[in-house]
Write a protein that binds this ligand. Sequence first.
Ligand SMILES: *Cc1c(COP(=O)(O)O)cnc(C)c1O
Length: 372
Amino acid sequence: MTNQTIPVTQPFLPELSEFVPYLEQIWDNRWLTNNGPFHQELEAKLAEYLGVEHVSLFNNATIALITALQAMRIHGEVITTPYSFVATTHSIMWNGLEPVFVDIDPTTFNIDPAKIEAAITPRTTAIMPVHCYSNPCDVEAIQKIADNYGLKVIYDAAHAFGVNYKGDSLLKWGDLSILSFHATKVFNTFEGGAVISPNAKTKQRIDCLKNFGIVDELTVTAPGINGKMSEINAAFGLVQLKHINIALRKRQVIDTQYRLSLADVKGITLYEQRDFSNSNYSYFPILVEDDYPLSRDDLYEKLKSNNILSRRYFYPLISNMPMYRCLPSAGIANLPQANALADKVICLPIYSDLTDEELSMIIQCISDVNLR
Ligand SMILES: *Cc1c(COP(=O)(O)O)cnc(C)c1O
């Protein structure tokens, strides 16, 4: 037994010595931000790694989401999912737009395309779905609806680093996709994010908006923001990228062991990745059903008293938060699946340095209650 706390996630960090030469280079050339050499290199290397053409780095995904909506000139209402991190809906509000919540599909945890049409009004201009826990949305159905109604699709792909859909990058779907490189994500630059654009013209617009809307020395054409990634963050991303495949493989091993050990625990439902895509093992959500001996919150507390920090993620639902619950679409009756899921879910610790011993402790803690 160890008394050390097991966190729900832990950032992967390479040896510090590997990072130092990058810092020395920054000190040498004194280019700290504004599309510096490491920034350019990371954009190119990420495009190659992710199998996309146009990457715009950002200081975080929230600013990237806000800028993406601005770049697409979205107005009126935006259809989105309540089952996400608050930044998804916040980005809509920061553009002065109205979020409209649509319920999720209980098998994918993503926005249910079958329920989108009923939420469309003459004021709807966009859909902002989330690829929850790296599981792809039903991108084909969503695109069909968007095409029929002339809507833009902006994916919050914060969880979807390196995920493919039917053999090609998932990030190619929709008008734009946004990645997060926050410390808690599988690929991190301490803080960071990116917008994936389908063409050079769109990338140019995004790059302009993330730099105050500056076109050239004398021309500012839009009320852009400061969304630039610094050279330090970009350099760290380059170091991380060298290790990402190993880090993902380690997560995969943990994911497999969880699945083998928890599959037969009565009252625990596992979350299945869709067949035609690959997971990045960013989260390990389990659902605590009624026939499990403990309630979800009791299991959460039990894990905590054993120094295991799980996370009720996503709970509470965005639509139940004080600033959103008054919206017409936020009622519990409109979002039964999302509400049910938020009450059942726990994300278990998963990160590349999680040891076998720690993993066994977690599994033991969850399966033990069934023996009594
Ligand atoms: C992490 C996350 C964000 C926000 O990313 P930041 O880089 O922290 O701004 C947005 N949406 C989802 C779904 C996330 O998980």
